[in-house]
Design a protein around this ligand. Structure first.
Ligand code: PMV
Length: 317
């Protein structure tokens, strides 16, 4: 611990996994059963300011300009995470955090949230930590946050140790200017089953899950290859199949977990119809009903016509 400077600041973008993190081998430390691979979305994320304050009686959390109650689940999760970083048990923090994505709508706001918070802590305490270590700390807040420390394509290595010191993310240095992501917002309400709950239920009560860790590990390797070779057809097919395989394990757990809405399924059929007509577009989905489309810049106009509400993002644009 160094003496904290007055206000620390941090900003991070959300990321979308092309090969998913689904399942924890250790819950407390957010140690995953499998590695994962993502793309960060510039301009969509979180900005956080933090200040350690010895006069406070408890942490004060402001989310998007609104002061949260102490027993608000979002504030409680944040305080539990901040317990790792208090100078004394009675040092509390004043936190102001702004999201440019809807909170808990399957758009991974917890990923940018915990990455931004760790960057703000790094600034506040002047730790000057390397990114690898910031990634490791962000992982403790939310697994996918380990990937939001970086721009572009990112791999989170699952690691093998019990203490998790080898479970962190690293960037893949392979900018791909043609590569586009489209956000198709089906329903922006907060999700009903939190990802940790969903993962635990799947790990413990789904026979199909046995097959997942091996497949996920193979997909990470194959998608990395496709990125390095800029083989879009390969990347799209692998990523869509990976997402559907993850959802298959959720559907096959008991009680079942289905994040999809009828409109999600309708959108999947539209994507498949577009592909049949020769437009190369693929989708991925996380713990929510929204679709994230993958396509190349040359097809952006056709895809935007088919999905007028699509939010277009060019990760390397
Ligand atoms: O980081 P968490 O605990 O919110 O879990 C994220 C899980 C998925 O979004 C479904 C997959 C992923 O790799 O981002």
């Amino acid at each position: 611990h160094k003496t904290p400077k007055k206000i620390g600041q941090g900003a991070a973008d959300v990321n979308i996994a092309l090969s998913k993190y689904w399942g924890k081998r250790q819950v407390e430390l957010n140690l995953p059963t499998n590695s994962s691979l993502s793309i960060s979305l510039p301009g969509l994320g979180t900005h956080t300011k933090i200040q350690a304050d010895k006069t406070l009686q408890h942490d004060c959390v402001c989310l998007n300009g609104k002061r949260l109650k102490q027993d608000d689940p979002f504030a409680m999760r944040l305080s539990k995470f901040l317990d790792f970083f208090r100078e004394t048990p009675n040092t509390f923090f004043d936190i102001h955090t702004e999201n440019t994505v809807p909170t808990a709508a399957g758009l991974a706001s917890s990923a940018s949230g915990y990455a931004a918070l760790v960057l703000a802590l790094n600034d506040c305490f002047d730790w000057q930590l390397p990114k690898k270590e910031l990634s490791l700390l962000a992982r403790l807040g939310s697994g996918s946050a380990s990937r939001s420390i970086y721009d572009g394509f990112v791999i989170w290595h699952k690691g093998q140790t019990e203490n998790g010191l080898d479970s962190f993310a690293e960037p893949i240095d392979a900018p791909w200017s043609e590569f586009c992501i489209g956000l198709l917002e089906i329903d922006l309400k907060a999700k009903k089953v939190a990802s940790t709950t969903g993962m635990q239920q799947t790990v413990n009560h789904c026979e199909l899950y046995q097959a997942w860790p091996k497949k996920a590990e193979q997909d990470v390797q194959a998608i990395q290859q496709a990125i390095l070779q800029q083989d879009f057809s390969e990347l799209g097919a692998l990523a869509e199949n990976n997402a559907l395989s993850m959802h298959a394990t959720m559907i096959a757990t008991w009680p079942p977990i289905l994040y999809w809405q009828p409109e999600s399924v309708e959108a999947m059929h539209m994507v498949w119809a577009l592909r049949e007509s020769g437009v190369e577009v693929y989708f991925t989905m996380d713990a929510g009903p929204n679709l994230k489309l993958m396509f190349l810049q040359k097809d952006a106009e056709r895809i935007q016509q088919a999905f007028p509400a699509l939010k277009l993002i060019r990760p390397f644009g």
